[in-house]
Design a protein around this ligand. Structure first.
Ligand SMILES: *Cc1c(COP(=O)(O)O)cnc(C)c1O
Length: 232
């Protein structure tokens, strides 16, 4: 079997998992958008997924992402930045991405807003929430989320779309459901207009995330295979 066949069959399998999860949840087919997380994989892998119809790609490491963007000239790719953000590296993110899922402080949002090029539409933003309460994890706490969301929703060059989370890894289905449900509840509690996005679910827990209302799932390993570098 060639690499191409492997990527093709893996992508098809992920699409089927999403469709099955939508059906089980009583949600319309196509209500969950798939982001292919291509971090650590080469531009050729992105081009191959593109030929198979994939358009949304997620990247974690800024320089690696910029290198791959420069190597690709496929039209219509939607780029999602999903990794930790250093506040002195916001300009290339504002210039070269369509979505940022990992905003967790106002300073970063204000810089992205100021640096978003005037000829581009507002940058789509998800606030990363620390649902598991781990001290070491990035993401805003539930207690601080409403004030942060309120401030960011007023920034003219950003469009606050919703919330993102990476729960603490667990194989306990009840804990997986609880984490995703908490994110959905937090978004409902914000009661801001125009929030339409719950970015949650990865290779191992996408079914649970879709059951709890995910609108974007971020899938790496199940599409591109194992990464040589650890998750960052
Ligand atoms: C790496 C990564 C993913 C994809 O994880 P997989 O388990 O490989 O599907 C999703 N979201 C974020 C934020 C990531 O860093």
């Amino acid at each position: 079997m060639t690499t191409t066949t492997t990527l093709e069959s893996r992508l098809a399998a992920v699409r089927q998992r999403i469709t099955d999860a939508e059906t089980r949840a009583g949600r319309p087919a196509g209500s969950v958008r798939l982001i292919a997380v291509s971090k650590t994989h080469p531009a050729e892998a992105i081009a191959e997924a593109y030929r198979l119809g994939q358009r949304d790609f997620g990247e974690n490491y800024l320089q690696e992402a910029l290198d791959k963007q420069a190597a690709l000239d496929e039209p219509g790719i939607v780029w999602h930045f999903i990794g930790p953000i250093q506040s002195n590296k916001t300009r290339p993110i504002a210039e070269h991405f369509d979505w940022v899922h990992s905003v967790d402080r106002l300073k970063v949002a204000e810089r992205l807003d100021a640096q978003r090029p005037a000829d581009k539409p507002p940058l789509n933003i998800c606030l990363q929430v620390n649902v598991s309460g781990e001290a070491s994890k990035s993401g805003v706490d539930f207690a601080e989320l409403p004030a942060l969301a309120q401030s960011i929703s007023g920034l003219p060059h950003l469009r606050l779309r919703g919330l993102m989370t990476i729960p603490a890894p667990t194989v306990d289905p009840a804990a997986q459901h609880a984490a995703f449900r908490a994110l959905r509840q937090a978004m409902e509690d914000l009661a801001l207009d125009d929030l339409d996005t719950l970015s949650m679910g990865m290779s191992d827990d996408l079914e649970v995330a879709v059951a709890e209302g995910a609108t974007l799932v971020r899938i790496g390993t199940a599409i591109f295979g194992a990464r040589a570098r650890p998750l960052g």
